[in-house]
Write a protein that binds this ligand. Structure first.
Ligand code: NAD
Length: 487
């Protein structure tokens, strides 16, 4: 075990959490704060390797039979205890994640961390209701039995680390699987706080393990490990392709929640001011949101009205320290990511796309890019077709509903979509026509945890949420007993 370090008053461990114990690695990597990249080194985090992955999978496999044998009610009691502790420590988690990832502290405290607790509560309760089907057929009594599958590897991205980790781990644990969580290397620390709470909640050692390190090292070793029975991944399309191949080699079920290039489609009959406000809100978190409506597609007749409101709301954004309640745009996660986003803007300029606003860094040494709006020269422009994952939106117009839908559906992605219209018939028609796993009409990011969530096209494979995730984490068995043959 290595020494803990102080992150905003919270003593955080950089070690792994395996079999209920803190374990170090010979190698480490640095985690720095996006709030003050040059000056704020938060700490050194264990850099796991193949031996770490093997240790974690063995610990999860050892703990599996006893955890799987518990009733859903008994597992649920553990998960509710963990949720209680998350609620009790929400300020500490928010502080650590704000410093480590840069997300707005208020948004973490009020929205994302409480949602983490809710993820465990929701699945603790859902697993109890997860009914087994019973029926009679051809002289046999039939039952569908759901069996926990075994150790599950959960791999998460850097952009909403705590919320996403809990969202993905909760169904695995509730279904009776044991878990090895591998958080992203750019924001590893809130998972370490979670490990302390797992221990405090009394969850049996080995049931919930956390391994730190780089994706291409310990992540790769985890997804290739033959002892793993489920892989649940959230991240980018290129990484999903690599992990998918590893899953195929071991014939392991795999889900992938990937990137998006979602539309925000505005019809002339909508509340234009409300639509423009929501559009300017896509810059929150500096656009580092998978579901962001990053393509503004507006009916030509309301172009000027929409843009006037949009610029007014965008002008009100404050790029600042994420701990300051007045800040609305958090810094971006890492200088490499800033450079990547700047690359998109530079190539758009060079290709003849029109930069309507923004495109620059307001502070030379800070990780912000101004809210940027680009009117592309063509729908084939890179900024329209590729996920940027930064504060960059595109602006296009359409003449009629058919053209609007065609533009909305013109990328390879299909994670989500936002539609603004005042017509009930159009809401239904266009809501069905937009090709995406989730479509919101006249709202955004309202989530019911029992609803399926996932992507179409290259935005993903499989569904999370509600019973869908419990199903993924279970092996189904059909048990048939000849009626009258037993007493
Ligand atoms: P990424 O694919 O680079 O990394 C995601 C995770 O995979 C990290 O933990 C990383 O360490 C790990 N990883 C990388 N290579 C690996 C390998 N070879 N084997 C095993 N693990 C490996 O993605 P990112 O940059 O961290 O996250 C941003 C992406 O995530 C964006 O595309 C965003 O849209 C997407 N995302 C999707 C959702 C969703 O629910 N659909 C939610 C949030 C983010």
């Amino acid at each position: 075990m290595t020494k803990r370090f102080d992150v905003g008053g919270v003593a955080v461990s950089g070690d792994h959490f395996i079999g209920g114990e803190r374990i170090s690695s010979p190698g480490t990597f640095e985690t720095r704060s996006p709030l003050d990249w040059s000056n704020l080194l938060l700490g050194e985090v264990a850099r796991g390797d193949a031996a770490t992955a093997d240790h974690a999978v063995r610990a999860a496999a050892d703990a599996f039979p006893a955890w799987a044998a518990l009733s859903p009610q008994e597992r649920g009691r553990h998960l509710h205890r963990l949720a209680d502790l998350i609620e009790a420590h929400k300020d500490a988690i928010a502080t650590v994640e704000c410093l480590d990832m840069g997300l707005l502290e208020d948004s973490l405290r009020l929205r994302l961390v409480p949602r983490g607790a809710l993820n465990f509560r929701n699945y603790a309760d859902l697993a109890i209701e997860h009914e087994e089907r019973v029926w009679s057929s051809k002289g046999t009594a039939n039952r569908v039995i759901r069996m926990p599958a075994g150790p599950a590897v959960i791999i998460t991205p850097w952009n909403a680390p705590f919320m996403l980790s809990t969202w993905k781990c909760a169904p695995a644990l509730a279904a009776g699987n044991t878990v090895i969580l591998k958080p992203a290397e750019w924001s590893p620390l809130s998972a370490s706080v979670l490990a302390d709470l797992i221990a405090e909640a009394g969850i049996p050692p080995g049931v919930f393990n956390i391994v730190q390190g780089l994706g291409r090292e310990v992540g790769d070793a985890l997804v290739r490990h033959p002892g793993v029975r489920r892989i649940s991944f959230t991240g980018s399309v290129p990484t999903a392709r690599v992990i998918g191949r590893a899953a195929a080699d071991n014939i392991v079920p795999f889900t992938a929640e990937l990137g998006g290039k979602s539309c925000l489609l505005v019809f002339a009959d909508a509340d234009i001011e409300a639509a423009a406000k929501k559009a300017a809100g896509q810059y929150d978190d500096s656009g580092q949101v998978c579901m962001a409506g990053s393509r503004l597609i507006v009916e030509e007749s309301v172009r000027e009205e929409f843009l006037a409101h949009f610029h007014r709301f965008t002008d009100a954004h404050v790029m600042g320290d994420s701990r300051d309640p007045d800040t609305t745009m958090a810094p971006m996660i890492h200088p490499d990511h800033v450079a990547r986003v700047e690359g998109f803007i530079a190539r758009a300029r060079a290709a003849g796309d029109r930069i309507v606003r923004g495109g620059n860094r307001p502070h030379a040494d800070g990780l912000w890019i101004e809210p940027t709006l680009i009117e592309p020269a063509s729908n084939d422009s890179e900024v329209v077709q590729s996920e940027i994952f930064g504060p960059v939106l595109t602006f296009q117009t359409f003449a009629d509903e058919a053209e609007g839908i065609a533009l909305a559906n013109s990328t390879a992605y299909g994670l989500s979509g936002i539609v603004y219209t005042g017509s009930a018939a159009r809401a239904e028609r266009v809501g069905r026509a937009v090709r995406a796993g989730t479509v919101w009409v006249n709202t955004f990011l309202v989530r019911d945890l029992t609803a399926p969530f996932g992507g179409i096209g290259i935005s993903g494979l499989g569904r999370e949420g509600g019973h869908f995730a419990l199903e993924f984490h279970s092996d189904l068995k059909t048990l048939q007993i000849l009626e009258g043959s037993t007493a």
